[in-house]
Ligand binder design. Structure first.
Ligand SMILES: NC(=O)c1ccc[n+]([C@@H]2O[C@H](COP(=O)([O-])OP(=O)(O)OC[C@H]3O[C@@H](n4cnc5c(N)ncnc54)[C@H](O)[C@@H]3O)[C@@H](O)[C@H]2O)c1
Ligand SMILES: [Zn+2]
Ligand SMILES: [Zn+2]
Length: 361
């Protein structure tokens, strides 16, 4: 059997997205069909639409989602119809060299659904990050469904599926932020703001938010930033050093994805400190640093994919913290919108007006 549902499709490079009827197959072995309740609009969806990821148009966009499992295929035991789940793009394989070394959060061979979703004329769709959740229903690998507490709001919970997890994990998992640390976060959009919330959860004593937009610095404060720096008016490196006794922060998180902000992060950390790059650069960007400084300043230069998260470990834990009032996921939901308003949401994102617009179905 197949299901015909409404979904947001990007048909060609730079063209506005359109609302289409798509065909979703019943789940086969190892797959799950999920009824989507909410899906956040992430910068990566816009990258897809602009052809910045690859050329496999048409794309089925949307990947920060929560919903309810409608049916599962043969052999699926971890989730069952009726489960409230967050969709993830790291369904670990258990067999690649990272998994075998006991580091599944680096899994090099993650699972997606094997069957294809299509347009009504049979054209195969490429789901964003193997999910495709700006749709009434989507088909994923069962391992992409992480069951969490049903009492959480779907709009807030779904955000853990990508950007918010990436930011929290950049601080907690990759940056190893601990009690008493000083942290600076450069770029306070959805990802950077989440890194601030994560640093706060981990017990950081000082959390410095850096952005060029005062609106972002305001939300950063709400999420636990102790200091803010507008780097349009002030030198970010100088300001961070000044706020940390002249030394720099223990951990600096770059959440923009540009060489100049990476350079700021590099010089704004204390000796033996850690830089975490969670912002995603574009292919033409280059970085030049004196090798002696790379050596002489010691410490660690790390990148963070999806916050080095393990969904089965991290999503239920973060949802519990949210329900206890210790992690304000609702603060990331700037607005809720309908399925046919994704194009407008891209526009608002482009102007920096939102942390997240969330499609609610
Ligand atoms: N590593 C991952 O797994 C992962 C996951 C999701 C998103 N991302 C990436 O993280 C980055 C941030 O995503 P987002 O959703 O928060 O985007 P966003 O557009 O909401 O936020 C970017 C922020 O950076 C600020 N900014 C821009 N230029 C700046 C500068 N020179 N100095 C200081 N601040 C500056 C903007 O004002 C904005 O607040 C993007 O590159 C995105 O692709 C990475
Ligand atoms: Zn693996
Ligand atoms: Zn994303």
């Amino acid at each position: 059997m197949t299901h015909q549902v409404r979904a947001v499709v990007a048909r060609g490079k730079g063209a506005p997205v359109s609302l289409e009827t798509i065909v979703v197959p019943d789940p086969g072995p190892g797959e799950a069909l999920v009824k989507i309740e909410a899906c956040g609009v992430c910068h990566t969806d816009l990258h897809y639409r602009e052809g910045g990821i690859n050329d496999d148009f048409p794309f089925l966009l949307g990947h920060e989602a929560a919903g309810v499992v409608e049916s599962v295929g043969e052999g699926v035991t971890d989730v069952a119809p009726g489960d409230f789940v967050i969709l993830n793009w790291r369904a670990v394989c258990g067999q690649c060299r990272a998994c075998l070394r006991g580091r599944p959060w680096y899994c090099f061979s993650t699972h997606n659904a094997k069957q294809k979703m299509t347009l009504t004329d049979g054209t195969e769709l490429s789901p964003a990050l193997g999910i495709g959740a700006f749709a009434e229903k989507t088909l994923v690998a069962a391992g992409q469904c992480t069951k969490v507490d049903r009492t959480a709001s779907a709009a807030a919970a779904g955000l853990l599926g990508c950007g918010v997890m990436a930011g929290i994990g950049a601080a907690i998992n990759t940056g190893n932020v601990g009690r008493g640390d000083s942290v600076a976060v450069i770029g306070c959009g959805g990802v950077g703001a989440a890194a601030i919330a994560g640093s706060n959860l981990a017990g950081a004593a000082k959390v410095i938010a850096v952005d060029i937009d005062d609106r972002k610095l305001e939300t950063a404060r709400k999420l636990g930033a102790t200091h803010t720096v507008n780097s349009r008016d002030a030198d970010a490196v100088e300001a961070i050093r000044e706020l940390t006794g002249g030394f720099g922060a223990d951990v600096v998180i770059e959440a923009v994805g540009r060489p100049e902000t990476y350079q700021q992060a590099f010089y704004a950390r204390d000796l033996a400190g850690t830089v975490v790059l969670v912002g995603v650069p574009t292919p033409e960007m280059k970085l030049e640093l004196p090798l002696l400084d790379v050596f002489g300043r010691g410490g660690a230069l790390k990148s963070s994919w999806y916050g080095d998260c393990l969904p089965s470990r991290d999503f239920p834990m973060l949802i519990d913290l949210y329900l206890q009032g210790r992690l304000d996921l609702d603060a990331f939901v700037t607005e809720t919108i309908a399925l046919d308003e994704v194009e407008k949401a891209f526009e608002r994102m482009h102007h920096g007006d939102v942390l997240r617009s969330v499609v609610v179905l």
